[in-house]
Design a protein around this ligand. Structure first.
Ligand code: PHE
Length: 342
Protein backbone atom coordinates (compact mmCIF):
# COMPACT_ATOMS: atom_id res chain seq x y z
CA UNK A 1 0.00 0.00 0.00
CA UNK A 2 2.79 2.38 0.98
CA UNK A 3 4.75 1.10 -1.94
CA UNK A 4 2.12 2.28 -4.39
CA UNK A 5 1.79 5.66 -2.76
CA UNK A 6 5.58 6.15 -2.80
CA UNK A 7 5.82 5.19 -6.46
CA UNK A 8 3.06 7.67 -7.34
CA UNK A 9 4.89 10.46 -5.49
CA UNK A 10 8.14 9.57 -7.24
CA UNK A 11 6.61 9.86 -10.69
CA UNK A 12 4.93 13.12 -9.72
CA UNK A 13 8.35 14.47 -8.71
CA UNK A 14 9.98 13.47 -11.98
CA UNK A 15 7.16 15.00 -14.00
CA UNK A 16 7.17 18.27 -12.06
CA UNK A 17 8.04 21.47 -13.91
CA UNK A 18 8.61 25.08 -12.93
CA UNK A 19 8.92 28.05 -15.25
CA UNK A 20 8.87 30.85 -12.68
CA UNK A 21 9.03 31.74 -8.98
CA UNK A 22 5.40 30.88 -8.25
CA UNK A 23 5.65 27.45 -9.80
CA UNK A 24 8.82 26.89 -7.83
CA UNK A 25 7.01 27.77 -4.61
CA UNK A 26 4.15 25.46 -5.57
CA UNK A 27 6.65 22.64 -5.96
CA UNK A 28 8.23 23.44 -2.64
CA UNK A 29 4.83 23.32 -0.92
CA UNK A 30 3.92 20.07 -2.59
CA UNK A 31 7.14 18.06 -2.19
CA UNK A 32 9.54 19.77 0.24
CA UNK A 33 7.75 21.52 3.09
CA UNK A 34 6.66 19.82 6.36
CA UNK A 35 3.07 19.67 5.11
CA UNK A 36 4.06 18.30 1.72
CA UNK A 37 3.28 14.77 0.53
CA UNK A 38 6.86 13.85 1.40
CA UNK A 39 6.47 15.42 4.86
CA UNK A 40 3.37 13.30 5.33
CA UNK A 41 5.35 10.16 4.50
CA UNK A 42 7.71 10.99 7.36
CA UNK A 43 4.75 11.64 9.73
CA UNK A 44 3.41 8.25 8.74
CA UNK A 45 6.49 6.63 10.31
CA UNK A 46 4.90 6.40 13.73
CA UNK A 47 2.11 4.15 12.37
CA UNK A 48 4.56 1.71 10.84
CA UNK A 49 5.17 -1.54 12.76
CA UNK A 50 8.66 -1.61 14.28
CA UNK A 51 9.97 -4.45 12.15
CA UNK A 52 9.10 -2.51 8.94
CA UNK A 53 10.40 0.86 10.12
CA UNK A 54 13.89 0.36 8.70
CA UNK A 55 12.72 -0.58 5.25
CA UNK A 56 10.08 2.16 5.19
CA UNK A 57 12.56 4.75 6.37
CA UNK A 58 14.93 3.89 3.56
CA UNK A 59 12.20 4.28 0.95
CA UNK A 60 11.07 7.61 2.35
CA UNK A 61 14.62 8.93 2.48
CA UNK A 62 15.05 8.04 -1.17
CA UNK A 63 11.93 10.02 -2.02
CA UNK A 64 13.18 12.95 0.05
CA UNK A 65 16.54 12.97 -1.76
CA UNK A 66 14.81 12.80 -5.09
CA UNK A 67 12.51 15.69 -4.20
CA UNK A 68 15.47 17.82 -3.04
CA UNK A 69 17.54 17.10 -6.15
CA UNK A 70 14.61 17.97 -8.38
CA UNK A 71 14.03 21.16 -6.42
CA UNK A 72 17.63 22.27 -7.02
CA UNK A 73 17.28 21.44 -10.72
CA UNK A 74 14.13 23.55 -10.99
CA UNK A 75 15.76 26.46 -9.14
CA UNK A 76 18.66 26.41 -11.61
CA UNK A 77 16.27 26.31 -14.54
CA UNK A 78 14.25 29.26 -13.31
CA UNK A 79 17.41 31.28 -12.62
CA UNK A 80 18.72 30.58 -16.11
CA UNK A 81 15.43 31.61 -17.69
CA UNK A 82 15.51 34.80 -15.61
CA UNK A 83 18.99 35.61 -16.91
CA UNK A 84 17.86 35.22 -20.51
CA UNK A 85 14.75 37.30 -20.17
CA UNK A 86 16.90 40.00 -18.65
CA UNK A 87 18.70 40.63 -21.99
CA UNK A 88 15.34 41.34 -23.58
CA UNK A 89 14.51 43.58 -20.74
CA UNK A 90 15.60 46.52 -22.84
CA UNK A 91 13.98 48.99 -25.20
CA UNK A 92 13.03 46.83 -28.15
CA UNK A 93 11.97 49.86 -30.18
CA UNK A 94 15.58 51.09 -30.43
CA UNK A 95 17.03 50.82 -33.98
CA UNK A 96 19.47 47.89 -34.38
CA UNK A 97 23.21 48.42 -34.69
CA UNK A 98 24.39 48.19 -38.28
CA UNK A 99 26.12 45.06 -39.50
CA UNK A 100 28.78 46.07 -41.99
CA UNK A 101 28.61 43.90 -45.10
CA UNK A 102 31.52 43.92 -47.54
CA UNK A 103 31.15 44.92 -51.17
CA UNK A 104 33.00 43.93 -54.31
CA UNK A 105 35.76 46.31 -55.38
CA UNK A 106 34.84 48.00 -58.69
CA UNK A 107 38.02 46.71 -60.34
CA UNK A 108 37.24 43.14 -59.28
CA UNK A 109 33.68 43.47 -60.52
CA UNK A 110 34.87 44.89 -63.85
CA UNK A 111 37.50 42.18 -64.30
CA UNK A 112 34.92 39.53 -63.47
CA UNK A 113 32.48 40.93 -66.04
CA UNK A 114 35.18 41.07 -68.75
CA UNK A 115 36.15 37.45 -68.04
CA UNK A 116 32.52 36.34 -68.20
CA UNK A 117 32.00 37.96 -71.60
CA UNK A 118 35.08 36.34 -73.16
CA UNK A 119 34.61 32.97 -71.49
CA UNK A 120 31.23 32.69 -73.13
CA UNK A 121 32.83 32.98 -76.57
CA UNK A 122 35.43 30.32 -75.89
CA UNK A 123 38.39 32.14 -74.31
CA UNK A 124 40.17 30.41 -71.44
CA UNK A 125 42.16 32.15 -68.70
CA UNK A 126 45.93 32.32 -68.39
CA UNK A 127 48.34 34.00 -66.05
CA UNK A 128 51.98 34.98 -65.99
CA UNK A 129 54.40 36.40 -63.41
CA UNK A 130 54.46 40.10 -62.54
CA UNK A 131 58.25 39.97 -62.28
CA UNK A 132 59.30 39.28 -65.86
CA UNK A 133 62.47 38.85 -67.85
CA UNK A 134 63.46 40.91 -70.84
CA UNK A 135 62.60 38.11 -73.28
CA UNK A 136 58.94 37.82 -72.34
CA UNK A 137 58.26 41.51 -71.81
CA UNK A 138 60.22 42.89 -74.81
CA UNK A 139 62.46 40.75 -76.98
CA UNK A 140 60.05 37.98 -77.92
CA UNK A 141 57.48 40.69 -78.62
CA UNK A 142 59.69 42.09 -81.37
CA UNK A 143 61.13 45.04 -79.47
CA UNK A 144 64.66 45.08 -80.96
CA UNK A 145 67.58 45.58 -78.59
CA UNK A 146 68.06 49.32 -77.96
CA UNK A 147 65.02 50.12 -80.07
CA UNK A 148 63.30 53.36 -79.05
CA UNK A 149 60.06 51.39 -78.68
CA UNK A 150 61.39 50.07 -75.37
CA UNK A 151 61.23 53.62 -74.13
CA UNK A 152 57.56 53.86 -75.03
CA UNK A 153 56.97 52.37 -71.61
CA UNK A 154 58.99 53.53 -68.67
CA UNK A 155 59.99 50.35 -66.98
CA UNK A 156 60.89 49.44 -63.40
CA UNK A 157 64.07 47.41 -63.88
CA UNK A 158 65.79 45.53 -61.13
CA UNK A 159 68.84 47.64 -60.33
CA UNK A 160 71.20 44.69 -59.90
CA UNK A 161 69.94 42.78 -62.93
CA UNK A 162 68.50 44.77 -65.84
CA UNK A 163 67.30 41.51 -67.40
CA UNK A 164 64.58 41.45 -64.75
CA UNK A 165 61.75 43.98 -64.62
CA UNK A 166 58.18 44.43 -63.43
CA UNK A 167 56.08 43.65 -66.48
CA UNK A 168 54.90 46.75 -68.29
CA UNK A 169 52.01 45.01 -70.02
CA UNK A 170 50.13 41.71 -70.00
CA UNK A 171 51.44 40.99 -73.51
CA UNK A 172 54.21 39.03 -71.77
CA UNK A 173 51.59 36.37 -71.00
CA UNK A 174 50.90 35.99 -74.75
CA UNK A 175 54.49 34.88 -75.18
CA UNK A 176 54.30 32.40 -72.31
CA UNK A 177 51.08 30.88 -73.63
CA UNK A 178 52.35 30.57 -77.22
CA UNK A 179 55.61 29.01 -76.04
CA UNK A 180 53.69 26.34 -74.17
CA UNK A 181 50.60 25.63 -76.25
CA UNK A 182 49.78 24.70 -79.80
CA UNK A 183 47.12 26.57 -81.80
CA UNK A 184 44.19 26.91 -81.71
CA UNK A 185 44.80 29.30 -78.81
CA UNK A 186 42.06 31.48 -77.46
CA UNK A 187 43.08 32.98 -74.16
CA UNK A 188 42.43 35.92 -71.86
CA UNK A 189 45.07 37.13 -69.40
CA UNK A 190 44.02 39.66 -66.80
CA UNK A 191 46.67 40.99 -64.46
CA UNK A 192 48.56 43.79 -62.78
CA UNK A 193 51.17 45.80 -64.67
CA UNK A 194 53.72 48.44 -63.66
CA UNK A 195 55.04 51.58 -65.28
CA UNK A 196 57.33 54.19 -63.92
CA UNK A 197 54.89 57.07 -64.19
CA UNK A 198 54.00 59.98 -61.95
CA UNK A 199 50.73 59.26 -60.16
CA UNK A 200 47.86 61.52 -61.23
CA UNK A 201 44.10 61.33 -61.82
CA UNK A 202 44.75 59.66 -65.18
CA UNK A 203 47.93 57.63 -64.63
CA UNK A 204 49.31 55.31 -61.98
CA UNK A 205 52.49 53.29 -61.62
CA UNK A 206 50.38 50.19 -60.85
CA UNK A 207 47.32 49.32 -62.89
CA UNK A 208 45.57 46.37 -64.51
CA UNK A 209 45.21 45.14 -68.05
CA UNK A 210 43.47 42.30 -69.74
CA UNK A 211 45.13 40.71 -72.71
CA UNK A 212 43.32 38.71 -75.37
CA UNK A 213 44.99 36.36 -77.82
CA UNK A 214 43.53 34.26 -80.61
CA UNK A 215 45.80 32.15 -82.81
CA UNK A 216 44.56 29.66 -85.39
CA UNK A 217 44.52 29.05 -89.14
CA UNK A 218 42.85 31.86 -91.09
CA UNK A 219 42.35 34.34 -88.26
CA UNK A 220 41.84 37.76 -89.83
CA UNK A 221 41.35 41.37 -88.83
CA UNK A 222 37.57 40.92 -89.24
CA UNK A 223 37.68 38.38 -86.37
CA UNK A 224 39.42 40.94 -84.17
CA UNK A 225 36.83 43.59 -85.04
CA UNK A 226 33.85 41.32 -84.48
CA UNK A 227 35.21 40.04 -81.17
CA UNK A 228 35.67 43.57 -79.86
CA UNK A 229 32.29 44.73 -81.22
CA UNK A 230 30.71 41.91 -79.29
CA UNK A 231 32.67 42.79 -76.16
CA UNK A 232 31.79 46.49 -76.28
CA UNK A 233 28.08 45.81 -76.67
CA UNK A 234 28.05 43.28 -73.82
CA UNK A 235 30.12 45.46 -71.52
CA UNK A 236 28.74 48.92 -72.22
CA UNK A 237 25.35 48.37 -73.88
CA UNK A 238 23.89 47.67 -77.31
CA UNK A 239 24.21 51.23 -78.58
CA UNK A 240 27.99 51.30 -78.11
CA UNK A 241 30.06 51.80 -81.26
CA UNK A 242 33.68 50.72 -81.72
CA UNK A 243 36.28 52.50 -83.81
CA UNK A 244 39.75 51.23 -84.79
CA UNK A 245 42.44 53.87 -85.20
CA UNK A 246 45.71 52.94 -86.98
CA UNK A 247 48.56 52.78 -84.49
CA UNK A 248 51.89 51.11 -83.85
CA UNK A 249 53.01 48.31 -81.55
CA UNK A 250 56.19 46.31 -82.25
CA UNK A 251 54.32 43.03 -81.72
CA UNK A 252 51.32 43.58 -83.99
CA UNK A 253 51.05 44.42 -87.68
CA UNK A 254 48.77 46.09 -88.56
CA UNK A 255 48.04 47.71 -85.19
CA UNK A 256 45.05 49.69 -84.05
CA UNK A 257 43.92 51.66 -81.05
CA UNK A 258 40.43 50.64 -79.85
CA UNK A 259 37.99 53.49 -79.19
CA UNK A 260 34.38 53.22 -78.06
CA UNK A 261 31.68 55.84 -78.48
CA UNK A 262 31.50 58.03 -75.38
CA UNK A 263 29.01 56.58 -72.89
CA UNK A 264 28.31 59.94 -71.31
CA UNK A 265 27.25 61.96 -74.35
CA UNK A 266 26.52 59.07 -76.72
CA UNK A 267 29.06 60.42 -79.22
CA UNK A 268 27.91 64.01 -79.36
CA UNK A 269 30.97 65.34 -77.58
CA UNK A 270 31.40 66.26 -73.90
CA UNK A 271 34.20 66.95 -71.40
CA UNK A 272 34.80 63.23 -70.71
CA UNK A 273 35.60 62.53 -74.38
CA UNK A 274 37.06 66.03 -74.77
CA UNK A 275 34.48 66.86 -77.42
CA UNK A 276 35.51 64.02 -79.75
CA UNK A 277 32.65 61.62 -79.01
CA UNK A 278 35.18 58.72 -78.60
CA UNK A 279 37.24 57.29 -75.72
CA UNK A 280 40.19 54.91 -75.97
CA UNK A 281 40.04 51.57 -74.14
CA UNK A 282 43.14 49.76 -75.43
CA UNK A 283 45.41 48.60 -78.21
CA UNK A 284 45.14 45.71 -80.66
CA UNK A 285 46.36 44.22 -83.90
CA UNK A 286 47.34 41.12 -85.85
CA UNK A 287 50.14 39.24 -84.09
CA UNK A 288 53.38 40.02 -85.93
CA UNK A 289 54.73 36.87 -87.69
CA UNK A 290 58.08 37.47 -85.94
CA UNK A 291 56.36 37.06 -82.58
CA UNK A 292 54.73 33.79 -83.66
CA UNK A 293 58.11 32.50 -84.83
CA UNK A 294 59.84 33.66 -81.61
CA UNK A 295 57.36 31.49 -79.72
CA UNK A 296 57.78 28.47 -81.96
CA UNK A 297 54.55 28.83 -83.95
CA UNK A 298 54.63 28.41 -87.74
CA UNK A 299 53.69 31.85 -89.10
CA UNK A 300 53.02 30.42 -92.58
CA UNK A 301 50.29 28.22 -91.22
CA UNK A 302 48.89 30.33 -88.39
CA UNK A 303 47.79 33.91 -87.90
CA UNK A 304 46.40 35.60 -84.83
CA UNK A 305 45.05 38.72 -83.25
CA UNK A 306 45.78 40.26 -79.87
CA UNK A 307 44.38 43.08 -77.82
CA UNK A 308 45.18 44.69 -74.49
CA UNK A 309 42.75 46.82 -72.53
CA UNK A 310 43.04 48.82 -69.33
CA UNK A 311 40.74 47.51 -66.59
CA UNK A 312 40.82 50.82 -64.68
CA UNK A 313 39.93 52.58 -67.92
CA UNK A 314 36.90 50.38 -68.46
CA UNK A 315 35.77 50.67 -64.82
CA UNK A 316 36.13 54.46 -64.98
CA UNK A 317 33.93 54.61 -68.06
CA UNK A 318 31.40 52.15 -66.72
CA UNK A 319 30.98 53.83 -63.32
CA UNK A 320 31.95 57.36 -64.37
CA UNK A 321 34.88 57.59 -62.00
CA UNK A 322 37.06 60.62 -62.73
CA UNK A 323 40.13 59.87 -60.63
CA UNK A 324 42.17 56.67 -60.98
CA UNK A 325 43.69 57.10 -57.53
CA UNK A 326 40.35 56.29 -55.87
CA UNK A 327 40.79 52.63 -56.81
CA UNK A 328 43.80 52.17 -54.55
CA UNK A 329 43.12 54.61 -51.71
CA UNK A 330 40.61 52.28 -50.02
CA UNK A 331 38.40 55.12 -48.84
CA UNK A 332 35.29 53.34 -47.56
CA UNK A 333 33.09 56.23 -48.70
CA UNK A 334 34.15 55.41 -52.25
CA UNK A 335 34.01 51.62 -51.87
CA UNK A 336 30.58 51.61 -50.19
CA UNK A 337 28.99 52.96 -53.33
CA UNK A 338 29.66 49.71 -55.16
CA UNK A 339 27.68 47.40 -52.88
CA UNK A 340 24.70 47.16 -55.23
CA UNK A 341 26.98 45.37 -57.71
CA UNK A 342 26.36 42.24 -55.61
N1 PHE B 1 50.46 45.80 -74.70
C1 PHE B 1 49.92 47.00 -75.30
C2 PHE B 1 49.98 48.12 -74.26
O1 PHE B 1 50.21 47.86 -73.13
C3 PHE B 1 48.49 46.80 -75.72
C4 PHE B 1 48.34 45.79 -76.82
C5 PHE B 1 48.11 44.47 -76.54
C6 PHE B 1 48.43 46.19 -78.16
C7 PHE B 1 47.94 43.55 -77.57
C8 PHE B 1 48.28 45.29 -79.17
C9 PHE B 1 48.04 43.98 -78.87
O2 PHE B 1 49.83 49.26 -74.59
Amino acid sequence: MHQEKIEAIKSAISAAEAGNEEELEAYRMKFISKKSVVGELFAEMRNIPNEQKKEYGQLVNEVKQMADAKFQELIDQVNLAKKHTKSFDQDLTLPPTNIAAGGIHPLTATRQRIIEIFERIGFNLSEGPEIEDDWHNFTALNFPENHPAREMQDTFFLEKNPDVALRTHTSSVQVRVMENQKPPIRTLSPGRVYRNEAISARAHCIFHQVEGLYVDENVGFADLKNTLYHFAKEMFGKETKVRFRPSFFPFTEPSAEIDISCLICGGKGCNVCKGSGWVEIGGSGMVDPNVLENCGIDSKKYTGFAFGMGIERIAMLKYQIKDLRLFTENDVRFLRQFKPML
